[in-house]
Write a protein that binds this ligand. Structure first.
Ligand SMILES: [Zn+2]
Ligand SMILES: [Zn+2]
Length: 114
């Protein structure tokens, strides 16, 4: 008995077989499918594209944790725990964009420089 060679199996399909739902919304597919960790429950891994919706839903389920969540001033979609808030402000991509994108409104933020 000669086993069949598996190498010729069409395991990889280049056709768009799974583009039957909201294909027009996924311009950056990799980006939208990146998994983000829910600030309300670290065991929640949510796709980036669904993250805002999950936050709204999860916020209602965790009102106590919600008290501990701060919203990023640069992007309302960023919701960060108090403990990580300062760290986030320093590293927020949208914050960097705002800082680099012109001097409008700069100087409001106090940067702790050692
Ligand atoms: Zn969650
Ligand atoms: Zn942010």
């Amino acid at each position: 008995m000669v086993p069949e060679v598996l190498g010729s199996l069409p395991l990889i399909s280049h056709g768009g077989d799974d583009d039957n739902n909201n294909a027009s919304f996924t311009q950056h597919k990799m980006d939208s499918e990146q998994l983000l960790t829910c600030p309300y429950n670290e065991s929640h891994q949510i796709r980036r594209s669904r993250f805002p919706y999950h936050l709204v839903k999860c916020r209602k389920n965790h009102p106590k944790v919600a008290n501990d969540i701060r919203v990023c001033p640069f992007n309302a979609r960023h919701q960060i725990r108090k403990a990580e808030y300062k760290h986030h402000l320093l590293h927020c991509e949208d914050g960097k964009l705002a800082a680099e994108g012109g001097a409008q409104g700069a100087g409001e933020m106090s940067r702790p420089e050692a």
